[in-house]
Design a binder for this molecule. Structure first.
Ligand code: SF4
Ligand code: SF4
Length: 334
């Protein structure tokens, strides 16, 4: 089982000699492993490709990935068309708990959140997806009720973006104006105090530091009245006290609502989440979300680089922590 991924942004058929097609041994023997589609870009047949890797090396723009997949990953949850990124599995947000995702960037967490927030209908690797098909697929599972609410439009979503430095580009004005817009729950006064924002409330958004922007983004997300809250990394720019403070706030929200967090600070994830999905795969190629695991189990498996339940090695080496930094050698006169 293999998938072929074409990075359409990198592929530049007008500036190359179609090396992918020219050197493909299957094409040379006369079959149609690579054909050029109407958009002028190559279409690679995953059924005919033998995985020799020649097109990967010959493409001058590094636009192709050919990835061997375990047999178990036959049916994607969503695929962005032929030769597009494939996502396998989904996190399962549940009311009353914080669900964490642990894994590198580029392996499908945005796709998962788009699906969970109803902005993208999963297509299970086929052309076009429908909510009826989604409900049929998840019948009898924990995600059925969730998608039922998504499909009939009754699920409200609040999301804190990962890249908070984009906020000043999207919003011009005072911090108080931004926060007032999102305060559906009438809790902004309390949030401003808890997240230590009172001294910046009258400042322009463009004047805020990274840490201040991060806390404003968390307050704006938390103040909305939603059923599903998604916090995409709360740690960047925050010191340890601010991280803990934000983590406590998110835990309180999760008492009544479904909360999903992506977090790279393992100590904060350990404190914050109730269950964790480990995400692995090939950035830009495919991503897999495991079933939910206990937080400590997920973190330890991730650090070791091996997921025993899935029988998958996600990293060649385990990550280990030294008791202290390496010491410099010094010569001692004797
Ligand atoms: S994949 Fe590479 S070699 Fe093939 S058309 Fe695109 S840029 Fe050219
Ligand atoms: S991996 Fe080999 S067989 Fe498959 S498309 Fe590329 S060149 Fe052709």
């Amino acid at each position: 089982m293999r998938i072929a991924i074409l990075n359409k942004d990198r592929c530049q058929p007008r500036r190359c000699s179609h090396e992918c097609e020219k050197y493909c041994p299957r094409v040379r023997t006369g079959d149609e492993t690579i054909i050029f589609a109407e958009d002028g870009k190559p279409l690679i047949s995953e059924e005919l490709c033998v995985g020799c890797g020649i097109c990967i090396n010959r493409c001058p723009f590094d636009a192709i990935m050919i990835i061997g997949l375990p047999e178990a990953l036959k049916f994607p949850t969503h695929r962005y068309g032929p030769n597009g990124f494939a996502l396998y599995g989904l996190p399962v947000p549940q009311k009353g708990r914080v669900t964490g995702i642990l894994g590198p960037n580029g392996i499908g967490k945005s796709t998962a959140v788009q699906i969970l927030s109803g902005r993208l209908v999963p297509n299970f690797g086929e052309e076009g997806g429908t909510w009826d098909r989604v409900l049929e697929h998840y019948a009898g599972t924990a995600l059925y009720d969730y998608f039922k609410a998504v499909s009939n439009g009754s699920l409200k979503v609040s999301q804190k973006p990962q890249y908070i430095d984009l906020i000043p580009k999207a919003f011009k004005g005072k911090t108080s104006d931004l926060l007032a817009r999102t305060d559906d729950r009438g809790v902004m006064g309390e949030l401003v105090e808890r997240l230590d924002l009172s001294h910046i409330i009258d400042r322009n958004i463009t004047e805020l530091s990274g840490g201040e922007l991060q806390r404003v983004a968390i307050a704006a997300c938390a103040a909305k009245d939603a059923d599903f809250y998604f916090f995409d990394e709360i740690s960047p720019y925050l010191d340890i006290y601010q991280r803990i403070n934000c983590a406590k706030l998110i835990q309180e929200i999760a008492q009544e609502k479904a909360v999903l967090v992506v977090e790279h600070d393992l100590a904060i994830l350990d404190m914050l989440a109730d269950v964790v999905h480990v995400a692995y795969g090939e950035p830009g190629g495919y991503g897999v979300m495991t079933l939910p695991k206990g937080v400590r189990i997920a973190i330890n498996q991730y650090l070791k680089g091996y997921l025993p339940e899935e029988n998958v090695r996600v990293r060649p080496e385990a990550i280990s922590f030294e008791v202290h930094p390496p010491r410099n050698e010094t010569e001692i006169d004797t």
